[in-house]
Design a protein around this ligand. Structure first.
Ligand SMILES: Cc1ncc(COP(=O)(O)O)c(C=O)c1O
Length: 389
C-alpha cells in the first residue's frame, strides 16, 4: 500500500525539533517560520509540554465522554481566564474543520435557521459544511454543494447590510476569520467585525469567530477578533491549542444553551489531549508568549516594510504576510533550500510567516538577514543552484 498522494511535499524528512528549529535525517538544521502551518505555538517539544503528556500517559490516555474527565473542566477554566471569556462554555473536538462544523451546526440548532454568510477567500476546513463555507471550488465535492452558504466580499460593510436587509431572518450565522490565513493574511477591519456583531444582534444570527489559525495568542491578543472590542457568540480554535497534539474546540457564549446529544465526538476532550492543551496554556501564560508575539512581530514587520522589493507587508503579531513580486518568485524556495528556513505561502505570491509564539528576536534577525541575502541574489540574477525543483 502507498500513502494517498494529496500533498505536494518537499523532499525533506524531519526527525527532530526543538523550539523554533527542526532537523532533517541528514542532520541539517532549519529555522521554522512556518510552525508546521501555524500549529507550533509554544515551540517544538517544549519540555513542560513533553512532561505533562508523559505524566498523563502513565496515568490514563483515553476514556470516552461517558465519564467525568476533570481535566476538561481545568482546561475550560484556564482557557476562560487567559482568553477573558470566563462565562463561555467549552466543547472539545479534534480538528479545525470539526470545530467550525460544530459551530455552524450549533448556530443552526440555536436559531433554527439554515443560511450561513461567509466571505471571499475564506478557508474554514474540509468537512461538509465547513468546506461549503470555504471559498475554493476545488475543495468542494458535488456532495458538499449547497445553496445555504452565501459568499460576500471581505470587509464590505455595505454588502453585509444589504444581505441582512434582504434575508436577515433566514441567516443562521456569519463565520469569519479575524485574519484570513490560507486566503493570504487579510486582516478583518475592526469596524467590519463590529458591523457583524450589530447585524447578528439585530436579526438574531450567530457570530462565529474562526480563530483556528489567527487565534490562540498568535495576533498578540488571544483571539485576533478581540481587536474589534466586541464578543463573538462562538469562537473556534485548533492549531496552536495542542502545539502539535491534535486537539480543537469551540467556546460558546452563555446564552446558547446545551442539549444532551446535540454535539458529540468519541475522541474529543480525551485525557491526553487535555493535558497537552493545559500545558500549552500554562506555557503561554508563564513565558508571556502573547507579549513576545507582539514584540517580535513588530520587529519583523518593521524590517520587512523597509525591504523595498517586498509589497503590502501586513498582519498582526506573529501572523505576517507580504507579496512577492514576479521577479522574486523563487524567494520562498530559495529560503528553504539555500537558507534552510521554512516559511508558509498563499497562492499565488504571498509568503506567510507563522512561527512559534516563542520565536526569539535573534532568530527573527537571522531570518531578515537570510531574506535580504536571497533577494540580493535574485535581483542580481545570480540564482544559485538549488537542491530541489
Ligand atoms: C482558518 C482556518 N479554519 C479552519 C481550518 C481547518 O483546520 P483543520 O485542518 O485542523 O481541519 C484551517 C486550517 O488551515 C484554517 O486555517
Amino acid at each position: 500500500m502507498n500513502v494517498f498522494d494529496v500533498y505536494p511535499i518537499n523532499d525533506i524528512t524531519i526527525v527532530k525539533a526543538k523550539g523554533s528549529y527542526v532537523w532533517d535525517d541528514k542532520g541539517e538544521q532549519y529555522l521554522d517560520l512556518y510552525g508546521g502551518h501555524a500549529v507550533i505555538s509554544i515551540g517544538h517539544t517544549h519540555p513542560h509540554w513533553v512532561k505533562r503528556i508523559e505524566e498523563q500517559l502513565e496515568k490514563i490516555a483515553f476514556y470516552s465522554n461517558s465519564v467525568k474527565i476533570p481535566l476538561q473542566q481545568q482546561l475550560a477554566e484556564k482557557l476562560g481566564k487567559i482568553s477573558g471569556k470566563e462565562d463561555y462554555q467549552l466543547f472539545l473536538c479534534n480538528s479545525g474543520a470539526e470545530a467550525n462544523e460544530n459551530a455552524l451546526k450549533l448556530a443552526s440548532f440555536h436559531n433554527g435557521r439554515k443560511k450561513v454568510i461567509a466571505f471571499s477567500k475564506a478557508f474554514h476546513g474540509r468537512t461538509s459544511l465547513a468546506v461549503s463555507a470555504t471559498d475554493n471550488k476545488n475543495y468542494i465535492a458535488p456532495v458538499n454543494e449547497t445553496d445555504h452558504v452565501i459568499f460576500l466580499p471581505f470587509n464590505d460593510e455595505q454588502a453585509l447590510e444589504d444581505s441582512f436587509k434582504g434575508i436577515g431572518k433566514e441567516i443562521s450565522s456569519v463565520i469569519i476569520e479575524g485574519i484570513q490565513g490560507v486566503g493570504g493574511i487579510n486582516v478583518a477591519e475592526e469596524s467590519f467585525l463590529r458591523k457583524i456583531r450589530e447585524l447578528c444582534d439585530k436579526y438574531g444570527a450567530v457570530y462565529i469567530a474562526d480563530g483556528i489559525q489567527c487565534g490562540y495568542g498568535r495576533s498578540g491578543k488571544f483571539f485576533s477578533h478581540d481587536f474589534a472590542g466586541v464578543n463573538a457568540d462562538i469562537y473556534t480554535m485548533a492549531k496552536g491549542m495542542g502545539n502539535g497534539f491534535p486537539v480543537a474546540g469551540i467556546i460558546i457564549a452563555p446564552h446558547i444553551r446545551p442539549k444532551h446529544f446535540q454535539l458529540g465526538t468519541t475522541f474529543g476532550g480525551n485525557h491526553l489531549a487535555c493535558a497537552a492543551a493545559l500545558a500549552v496554556l500554562e506555557v503561554i501564560e508563564e513565558e508571556k508568549l502573547m507579549g513576545n508575539a507582539v514584540m517580535v512581530g513588530k520587529y519583523l514587520k518593521n524590517e520587512l516594510e523597509n525591504i523595498q522589493e517586498l509589497q503590502n507587508v501586513r498582519g498582526r503579531g506573529l501572523m505576517i504576510g507580504f507579496d512577492v513580486p514576479e521577479e522574486l518568485k523563487e524567494l520562498r524556495k530559495n529560503l528553504l533550500w539555500n537558507q534552510k528556513t521554512f516559511t508558509g505561502e498563499s497562492k499565488p505570491n504571498v509568503i506567510r510567516l507563522l512561527p512559534s509564539l516563542a520565536l526569539k528576536k535573534r532568530d527573527a534577525e537571522d531570518f531578515i538577514e537570510a531574506l535580504k541575502e536571497e533577494i540580493l541574489v535574485l535581483t542580481k540574477g545570480q540564482n544559485v543552484e538549488v537542491g530541489n525543483p
